[in-house]
Design a binder for this molecule. Structure first.
Ligand code: G4P
Length: 529
């Protein structure tokens, strides 16, 4: 098969959802439809169980699963589908943001009873800012939930999306009768004693056909006709280009647990979801079908075996073909590296592959040379943008609790930061190290992993910081900037890339500083060029 055909048949996407909306169940059902797994229960939820935040076995269990589910690939209808895992837990939101730099589209899962939840809002906002095409899947239609129109309204308002329903539910909860598929013009009935069986799909040529009355009864048929009329009146007609541009979001309804509405979703997905898209580097746009290989690291995972310090770096291939045993340029190190055993991912296993194509994810064994955001090329000096750090929410000093193990401690901190577990800031004033995290849970993870993987012990000390702001002077030589550096010296730190960061201790002091030094820009993310 030609290189261009390989690109055309790839779909790389992520499923985003608030915990419990049904991401794991949907993933599993997609894999079942793709024939990649044989039975339900094969995909493990990477959820942190409630109340288990200080249970280290739970953290290890979660880490183990998150390696196994990092990338799940399967074939459906000649299309190679790569699902990238996105943790729903808010303490791991940054991991999800980074993964979103490697997807070409997303499916957003919403629980029909709970509606739009907090995590969904945040993640969708990131996708919207990057114009990532989104399909919305309203799940748990077998349960009582919100009225479909009310929910569509909520999705538009809270998520700031423009929706176009491609299916519509017939009833809900106990009265859930099935789904009218607007995309394919057919009806799927939900029935059977156990209500777990999928009835055959019934083609409907005309919405006024009495066939519908026979299938679902007169009153439900009338309601359906009225509702479909309303859908046509209120919502824009689906337009593929608008969807691909991130301006219109098709909506499907179903029940992942009952495998209901999944085939419709998947069929439409392979039809409309984008193949690998061009990506912007600092230097230029890169097209997937360029001859030369380029790719970037969006995730690093430590080996689960503490005796082997090796890590797995996940690379998204942006252009060209990635070949085994071929030297590539590690742009940040300006060094050629080659890989004898790159891993490709399948539903339940990983395998060494000789060649991978744009859209694919390969896992490279790494002994500490990569960090998140690194670019690999065939020789060109380019750097992919879009794996920014965000200001953490929590800040603590990290102290060495075992003076004999300081080397191990610093190495451990260094490597955990490369993995993106948290962010490290080094104070300009005295060189003290500060760890910034999105959630408090990460401090426990770091402490536990430093001890078990590096043999080092640490303690923490609270530090009152409101936000970390990356500092951008208009002119580094002007007097205003020099004064800022002098006056605010004790609030300044360097991040891991040696960028200057202002650790504002309150929202008020940040405002005052901004007013006093108008020529300096303060950014909440590390990427602002
Ligand atoms: P997540 O990955 O988004 O966190 O959600 P997950 O798939 O684990 O689903 C959360 C819960 O919702 C699970 O129940 C799951 O069985 C249930 N669920 C998923 N899809 C549907 C659906 O279409 N209808 C109904 N009624 N329930 C659904 P649980 O009791 O928390 O877990 P489990 O013990 O059943 O696995």
């Amino acid at each position: 098969m030609k290189f261009q055909d390989e690109i055309n048949r790839r779909r790389t996407f992520g499923i985003i959802a608030h915990p419990d909306a049904g991401k794991t169940t949907l993933t599993e059902k997609l894999l079942l439809f793709g024939g990649a797994i044989k039975e339900a229960g094969a995909v493990k939820s990477n959820k942190i169980k409630k109340g288990a935040t200080s249970d280290f076995m739970e953290i290890e269990r979660q880490r183990g699963i998150s390696v196994a589910t990092s990338v799940l690939a399967f074939e459906y209808d000649g299309i190679k589908i790569n699902i990238l895992d996105t943790p729903g837990h808010k303490d791991f939101a940054e991991d999800t943001f980074r993964t979103l730099t490697a997807v070409d589209s997303v499916i957003v899962v919403i629980d029909v009873a709970k509606g739009v939840e907090e995590q969904t809002e945040k993640l969708v906002e990131v996708c919207r800012m990057r114009n990532i095409p989104m399909i919305v899947f309203v799940n748990k239609m077998d349960r009582e939930g919100k009225d479909a129109f009310e929910l569509l309204d909520e999705i538009e308002q809270k998520l700031n999306l423009k929706v176009s329903p491609l299916s519509f539910p017939i009833g809900m909860g106990y009265d859930f009768k099935g789904i009218y598929n607007i995309w394919e013009n057919n009806i799927n009935l939900f029935s059977g004693d156990s209500r777990k069986n999928i009835e055959e799909t019934i083609e409907i040529s005309d919405i006024d056909s009495l066939e519908i009355n026979k299938l679902i009864g007169d009153s439900a048929a009338e309601t359906l006709r009225e509702e479909l009329e309303l859908v046509r009146g209120i919502y824009p007609k689906f337009d593929k280009q608008e969807y691909l541009d991130g301006n219109l979001q098709p909506v499907f309804f179903g029940s992942a647990l009952n495998s209901f509405g999944i085939r419709e979703l998947l069929d439409c997905f392979v039809d409309i979801a984008p193949k690998p898209r061009p990506k912007k580097s600092e230097e230029r746009w890169v097209e997937p079908n360029e001859d030369k290989f380029t790719g970037f690291v969006f995730k690093i995972h430590a080996n689960m075996d503490p005796n082997h310090r090796n890590r797995l770096a996940f690379i998204k291939i942006v252009s060209g073909e990635f070949k085994r045993n071929t030297p590539y340029l590690h742009v940040r190190h300006n060094k050629k590296v080659k890989f004898s055993s790159p891993n490709a991912f399948f539903a339940e296993k990983k395998e060494i592959v000789d060649i991978s194509y744009p859209g694919d994810i390969v896992g490279l064994q790494d002994s500490g040379t990569f960090k998140i955001g690194d670019t690999l090329t065939e020789g060109e000096y380019l750097n992919y943008k879009g794996v920014p750090s965000f200001s953490p929410e929590h800040f603590r000093y990290i102290n060495n609790a075992d003076p004999l193990k300081s080397k191990q401690l610093y190495k451990g901190i260094d490597q955990l930061m490369d993995e993106g577990v948290a962010q490290l800031f080094t104070l300009e004033l005295n060189g003290r190290k500060v760890i910034g995290t999105v959630g408090a849970l990460q401090y426990e993870v770091i402490q536990y992993r430093l001890e078990h993987e590096y043999g080092a012990k640490c303690t923490y000390e609270n530090l009152n910081v409101f936000k970390a702001c990356w500092v951008e002077p208009t002119d580094p030589k002007n007097e205003e900037y020099k004064e800022f550096l002098r006056v605010k010296h004790r609030y300044l730190a360097k991040d891991k890339d040696d960028q200057l960061v202002f650790l504002a201790d309150s929202s008020f002091s940040l405002q005052m500083t901004q007013q006093k030094y108008p020529s300096i820009k303060f950014h909440y993310t590390s990427e602002f060029q």
